[in-house]
Design a protein around this ligand. Structure first.
Ligand code: KE4
Length: 427
């Protein structure tokens, strides 16, 4: 069969940098040609050659109720019929805010933006403006979008001052960014001992989804909460990925820890561009126009994105809907482990809600970036391509999490596990 993706990719590369509009899609770390997709339906996605795959990327998280859900499609179509954007307040923005607040009580005020990056960028500026402090503490392996101050590649050694991880980011921007190992509260205590009164915020992915899927240890998050309380720094949960997935109320519900600020994205837009920053009213009211910290956006809160996000969260919040998807995820991972064991393939899996990770390692535990880096990435590449060939679409990187939707059913489960059984046999 002709491979349309190869033809389309060759052309795309003449016009789009790397042939893509987001770096991870280029298959650089797994090799081969990115598969061009043309439609999705529920748990399935179809490429330009008509081949179907069970989809565990789900647009890197947003599609919590699957592709082209009728409620989402009709909400967008009906809203669009009345116009796409007004640059003026609309009732839909308050409706989505109320839905989010009903699921995340730590959010008293919210500001809609257009991406997770924008939410995290705004969180950093707000924390610095509110506390009058400059330093931000983040964790190795955590990703918070392509924000200059947060694109920090951890240096050698245990704890580092920021070292620009990308050209174009001046040292002056990252010298106030501190980096510590994920899940290591002692390392954080050392940084607070030295810099505590100059730290504006601790920014953490409570479930790290950008170094595969690595949940924070409960004592680690509790330790961060205590250190922030003692020092006056703000605790910021980046729940762009874990929001409405780690639990219906996000990782903050899963762990029972309230951050001062929460960054959201992905699911909150149901596949349309939405990010959000929310948290304690006393802090959030420091944002313009109520306070002095400037923040704005032409399409922030636009009706289409609000309608898409609202339809998604309303569906997800129905009784047992999220719980059933969590249970399905557990069945998937149990089936994968059973088949890996039978094939003698060392496989460790993590699940938090409807997020999951698979690691080719015989290690007992994977808790920080360094542990992930020691896993067998070459075996992952063969696994990735074998599953792709078998009609299962995983993220093209050993450092990405997997996602399940409420549309993943028994047919998708048996298709996936049959594929895994065949691929493990060849690993
Ligand atoms: P966006 O700007 O891509 O909407 O969100 C940035 C972001 C912030 N915080 C967390 C925890 C995130 O996971 C992300 C984005 N995640 C990646 C997936 N690893 C998006 C996929 C991509 O870059 O194409």
């Amino acid at each position: 069969m002709s491979n349309q993706s190869e033809r389309l990719f060759a052309e795309a590369q003449q016009h789009l940098v790397g042939g893509v509009n987001s770096a991870v899609r280029a298959f650089r770390s797994v090799g081969g040609t990115p598969v061009f997709m043309r439609r999705g339906s529920g748990a399935w996605i179809e490429d330009v050659d008509g081949k179907q795959y069970v989809d565990y990327v789900l647009s890197y998280g947003p599609l919590a109720i699957g592709h082209a859900h009728p409620k989402v499609v009709s909400a967008i179509a009906e809203t669009a019929a009345s116009g796409t954007s007004f640059g003026a307040p609309t009732e839909l923005e308050t409706e989505l805010a109320l839905r989010v607040k009903s699921l995340m009580p730590a959010i008293e005020r919210i500001r809609m933006v257009n991406s997770g990056t924008e939410a995290c960028m705004s969180a950093v500026r707000l924390a610095r403006g509110y506390t009058g402090r400059d330093r931000i503490l983040k964790f190795r392996g955590n990703y918070h979008g392509h924000v200059d101050a947060l694109l920090v590649e951890a240096g050698s050694g245990v704890l580092t001052l920021g070292i620009p991880g990308s050209p174009g980011v001046p040292a002056s921007v990252t010298e106030t960014t501190l980096t510590a190992p994920f899940n290591d509260i002692e390392g954080v205590k050392a940084l607070f001992a030295e810099y505590g009164d100059s730290i504006a915020a601790v920014l953490v992915e409570p479930v790290a989804g950008n170094m595969n899927c690595v949940p924070a240890r409960p004592d680690f998050l509790a330790g961060l909460r205590a250190l922030c309380d003692e020092s006056g720094a703000l605790l910021v949960f980046d729940e762009v990925m874990s929001g409405f997935r780690a639990a219906l109320g996000g990782a903050q519900a899963h762990y029972g820890i309230h951050p001062d600020l929460t960054c959201l994205g992905k699911v909150i837009g149901g596949g349309l561009p939405v990010g959000a920053l929310g948290g304690r009213a006393e802090v959030m009211e420091y944002l313009a126009p109520s306070g002095p910290v400037y923040q704005a956006g032409t399409l922030s809160g636009n009706p289409l994105a609000m309608a898409s996000g609202l339809a998604t969260l309303n569906e997800l919040a129905k009784p047992d809907v999220h719980a059933n998807a969590e249970a399905w995820t557990a069945r998937l991972l149990a089936g994968m482990q059973e088949r890996a064991r039978a094939a003698g393939v060392p496989l460790l899996t993590h699940q938090v809600g409807t997020m999951f990770g698979v690691f080719f390692t015989d290690a007992e535990r994977v808790e920080r970036f360094e542990d992930v880096a020691e896993c067998d990435a070459e075996r992952f590449v063969r696994f990735f391509h074998g599953m792709l060939e078998a009609g299962v679409y995983l993220a093209p990187s050993a450092f990405e999490a997997g996602f399940v939707s409420t549309a993943h059913d028994d047919v998708a489960l048996s298709h996936t596990l049959d594929a895994a059984e065949r691929v493990f046999a060849d690993l």
